[in-house]
Design a protein around this ligand. Structure first.
Ligand code: FE2
Length: 184
């Protein structure tokens, strides 16, 4: 299943690149998948669920679907449709949907993340230490900001994302954050 999900996502990423110049797989999602997989092995999460969710977590953005709605919510629906078509197990699809639903933004205090959800959410944040260009793409191309506005916006996005990183993981990344922040 991983291979067909990856194949699908690389294909839509290439189509998106033809229109926008930015490749989500090459610049963002492949890092999220790698990091989420490493975290899954560390905490004993279900690797297949984590990897499929990591690949599809931003699918709504790449397909530019219902852009005025939450990309978490729309992405979970798209993933469900795609995986059902592929004949994937329904219980596993529910797990993937929740990983995508909770992968970013503030969470209600009542939400207790599963190991798989925790891996995808934190991998999305940690990926910015491997490739930060996604923030530049958003600031320059989506928001169409000037050079100075872009710098401020990237710093803000960096801080906002980092704010959501798990406290236990923050210790490992505090120094890297400071270096990147100062270099922007
Ligand atoms: Fe992402």
């Amino acid at each position: 299943m991983i291979d067909s999900v990856k194949h699908y996502f690389i294909d839509i990423s290439n189509q998106y690149e033809n229109k926008s110049g930015y490749n989500y797989w090459d610049n963002h999602v492949k890092y999220v998948m790698q990091i989420a997989g490493d975290l899954a092995k560390e905490v004993g999460a279900e690797l297949e669920i984590v990897e499929i969710s990591a690949i599809l977590h931003d699918v709504a953005k790449v397909l530019k679907l219902r852009e005025n709605e939450s990309h978490n919510l729309v992405g979970a629906e798209v993933a469900e449709e795609f995986l059902l078509n592929e004949g994937y197990d329904k219980e596993k699809i529910e797990k993937v949907k929740k990983c995508i639903l909770y992968h970013s933004s503030d969470l209600d205090k009542s939400v207790k993340l599963s190991k798989e959800e925790w891996c995808v959410r934190n991998a999305d944040i940690i990926s910015m230490f491997h490739n930060i260009t996604i923030f530049y793409f958003i600031a320059l191309c989506e928001y169409q900001l000037s050079y100075n506005e872009c710098r401020l916006c990237v710093k803000e996005m960096l801080q906002n994302k980092y704010h959501h990183l798990d406290t236990k993981l923050k210790k490992q990344y505090d120094d890297a954050l400071r270096i990147i922040y100062d270099a922007i």
